[in-house]
Design a binder for this molecule. Structure first.
Ligand code: FES
Ligand SMILES: [Fe+2]
Length: 319
């Protein structure tokens, strides 16, 4: 897992008031809850007394109470009350669990994955999605490492095969480029697929005016968007559960329909189609071996795989 990054880990709606949410993310058992100010908190989900899951306990004010013997934890993971010892007994320093820096933004919960708690950058959300859009979404888990799920969304070669009956129906098997551009940890890739009329695919640097082409973006470490048009986007967040599982958060964003009931209808019905497409991907990605991709694995990549190659290189650099 790449350190010093904000990871999208949950939809904000999953963390309701007065309810503990126990999930595994980044291979750690975590418990999330909202305090009295509606701020989201997160600590390790294993009591330091005798190992019970804190997420099976309850929220008490700003704190979490273990279901087994009632130890009370604050948002820093410190035990602040041991009922069996009475209120007057001092609590030793080592009665604590890890706590995590989490933030709610753009309708998601983000976790700062780092030992550095002082130099925390902004959450790297897509600038153009911050204002003016509404969305509808859903989530589902895939039994693959999150790199494989991400690489599938960077794959411009698979469309006429995996999505033959939907978005790849026009049989554009020939992949020109694609052109890949980075700005810090934001990748934009421009797609120029064509029917095979006997031509040799253009190299990325032979494609002029690439900015006019259809484009997609990936922001390290785990968010992606398909820029269908200025007013329509498909967004995906790939929350790492552990080395073999990923939670995918898919959203349809649009800014053309403002009428309340109609916009909700559009946002939710478009996801019916998005789910069909995602399941076409799922069917194949689940068969890939190994389930985790690396910079140096024994795969024979081709020119059209450039966004995937660039993603692997970037991961390797940031590691
Ligand atoms: S196991 Fe949590 S209080 Fe005992
Ligand atoms: Fe796909």
């Amino acid at each position: 897992m790449i350190k010093n990054q904000w990871y999208l880990v949950l939809d904000a709606k999953e963390v309701k008031k007065n309810k503990l949410v126990g999930v595994t993310r980044l291979s750690e058992k975590l418990v999330f809850w909202r305090d009295e100010n509606n701020e989201v908190n997160c600590i390790f989900d294993k009591c330091c007394h005798r190992g019970a899951s804190l997420s099976a306990g309850k929220v008490v004010g700003n704190h979490v109470q273990c279901p087994f013997h009632g130890f009370l934890y604050d948002s820093k993971g410190r035990v602040i009350n041991i009922p069996a010892n009475g209120k007057q007994t001092l609590i030793p320093e080592n009665f604590k669990v890890n706590s995590y820096i989490v933030k709610e933004a753009y309708g998601f919960i983000w976790l700062w994955y780092s030992e550095d708690k002082d130099n925390i950058p902004e959450i790297p959300f897509f600038e153009d999605l911050k204002n003016g859009f509404t969305y509808g979404g859903f989530s589902e888990s895939w039994p693959v490492h999150y790199t494989r799920a991400i690489e599938n969304q960077l794959d411009v070669v698979h469309l006429p095969f995996v999505h033959k009956t939907t978005i790849g129906a026009d049989n554009r098997t020939l992949v020109n480029g694609p052109v890949v551009k980075w700005k810090d940890n934001l990748m934009t890739f421009y797609v120029n697929n064509d029917r095979d009329n006997g031509a040799i695919p253009l190299k990325p640097d032979e494609i002029k005016d690439y900015e006019k082409l259809f484009s997609l973006q990936f922001q390290m470490p785990n968010i992606w968007q398909n820029r269908i048009s200025d007013q329509v986007r498909i967004f995906a967040g790939f929350a790492p559960i552990d080395d073999g599982n990923t939670r995918i958060y898919l959203r349809f964003y649009q800014s053309f329909m403002k009428v309340p009931i109609l916009k909700e209808l559009i946002n939710s019905s478009s996801n019916i189609f998005n789910r069909i497409i995602l399941h076409q991907d799922r069917k194949v990605v689940l068969t890939q071996l190994p389930i985790k991709s690396e910079f140096k694995i024994n795969e024979n990549l081709i020119q059209g795989d450039l966004p995937i190659i660039e993603f692997r290189k970037k991961r390797d650099q940031l590691r």
